[in-house]
Design a protein around this ligand. Structure first.
Ligand code: S3P
Length: 439
């Protein structure tokens, strides 16, 4: 895709965020609800499903494999589960668009099927590392061919006999953990994954909800293959990763007072709140409750003066998708903010360290990339034209920077905002951001 293609955001400087909003459903939980609902016996009803391109790519993949799925309608989806062995061979490759979660989790889920299947994606996804899943899956007995540099398309051969492994994961990745566990459902014996740091545990929680026992002992999770899943209801909370743009936006714009409803508060996802609070943010957690096996709450955020910090390394996996917008918070904070231990950011939908450093520099902010992080000096955010590299979270992060900018910010390549946050611009405008779209 060329630099100038696609949607552009134009954000006028200033404004504040106010009112009560609910951001769309959690992307990670939405993907998993389709996958487990499809493999279950019986009818699974989902509410709050994210109708974004990424989770729809997963939904369409299962339709292509013969699963009857009704919806989505206003976040409602009904899946007629086909059972562990009920998927059928698709008549074309499964195109997973921009979605790394779809490709990595599906490669595990499909490694033990009887049929051949090919997984493809867009330009960004086709450049992302897949060896991190094909290697452990290969150890289990899967036959998956990638391109020589370890990227997709992934060609999965059917009929492989899988055996459980005890896998020490080299990086903190929920996608890799989930891929191995989903393959483990089809493997002989026990499959275990040990993680170097806690990563999001939605797969484990949801498997338990579908009746598969996942055992955790410290940093090691195990399940036993050969079982079956029982259909259930899944209520998808609002995505804390989407709420994050508003948590930062309201924190940095004077006079803001915004409430975000029904936000997923899984302890493996709340790094954004911990880090922002350490920077001085005023975030209240209200009405804490549990919904469908996941903790949720309403979040009230008011503007507050932020100060720079050294971001604790143990928070990195718990805030892994929120760093682009945290860098905007750092640019508005008093003093220096340093991030280390976040080399994973370089292999997300874009190289999020370099792309954010480039955009911040364009806006006049002192932002120095390092191999595994960044050093940002808080100061004045100017105007200018930044390029998101078609990375949804980069686009939305620079949109929020407009609240504190001194001049117009134009953001190129915002089309992929629809992968995770359909309706972002109109919801942000309703809350008080001066944002316009141009195609
Ligand atoms: C996800 C895990 C994270 C995250 C991604 C969604 C998931 O990736 O960045 O947006 O749903 O499991 P890694 O596990 O590769 O860090």
């Amino acid at each position: 895709m060329s630099k100038m293609s696609g949607l552009k955001f134009k954000v006028q400087p200033g404004g504040k965020l106010q009112g009560t909003i609910r951001v769309p459903g959690d992307k990670s939980i939405s993907h998993r609800s389709i996958m487990l609902g499809a493999l279950a016996e019986g009818v699974t009803e989902i509410s709050g499903f994210l109708q974004g391109e990424d989770s729809l790519a997963t939904l369409n993949a299962f339709r292509q494999m013969g699963v009857e799925i009704e919806g989505p309608t206003d976040g409602g989806v009904t899946i007629h589960g086909v059972g562990m062995d009920g998927l059928t061979e698709p008549d074309a490759p499964l195109d997973l668009g921009n979605s790394g979660t779809s490709m990595r989790l599906l490669s595990g889920l499909l490694a033990g099927q009887k049929f051949n299947v090919t997984l493809t994606g867009d330009e960004s996804l086709s450049g992302r590392p897949m060896g991190r899943v094909t290697n452990p899956l290969g150890e289990m007995g899967a036959e998956i061919k990638s391109d020589p540099d370890g990227t997709s398309p992934l060609r999965i051969s059917g009929g492989a006999k899988l055996t459980g492994i005890d896998y020490e994961m080299p990086m903190a990745s929920a996608q890799v953990k989930s891929s191995v566990l989903l393959a483990g459902l089809y493997a002989n014996g026990d499959t275990c994954v040990t993680e170097p740091a806690p990563t999001r545990d939605h797969t484990e929680r949801m498997l338990n909800g579908f009746g598969v026992e996942v055992r955790r002992d410290g940093s090691r999770v195990c399940l036993t293959g050969g079982g079956s899943l029982k259909a259930t209801r899944v209520d998808v909370p609002a995505d804390i990763s989407s709420a994050a743009f508003f948590l930062v936006g309201a924190s940095i714009s004077e006079g803001s007072d915004l409430t975000l409803q029904h936000v997923g508060m899984n302890p493996t996802r709340i790094g954004i709140i911990n880090i922002l609070r350490e920077m001085g943010a005023d975030i209240e957690v209200l009405n804490e409750r549990v919904s469908g096996g996941e903790p949720v709450a309403d979040l009230r955020v008011k503007s507050a003066p932020l100060h720079g910090i050294e971001i604790p390394v143990d928070q990195v996996p718990l805030a892994i998708d929120e760093f682009p917008v945290l860098f905007i918070a750092a640019a508005c904070a008093d003093g220096e903010t340093t991030l280390t231990g976040a080399e994973e950011l370089r292999v997300k939908e874009s190289d999020r360290i370099q792309v954010m450093a480039d955009g911040l520099t364009t806006l006049g902010v002192d932002a120095k990339p390092t191999p595994d992080g960044i050093v940002i000096q808080g100061g004045v955010i100017g105007g200018g034209a930044v390029y998101s590299h078609h990375d949804h979270r980069i686009s939305m992060s620079f949109a929020m920077a407009g609240l504190r900018a001194t001049a117009l910010i134009e953001i190129e390549g915002c089309d992929n905002v629809n992968t995770s946050f359909p309706g972002f611009a109109s919801l942000a405008a309703r809350a008080g951001l001066n944002i316009g779209e141009e195609s």
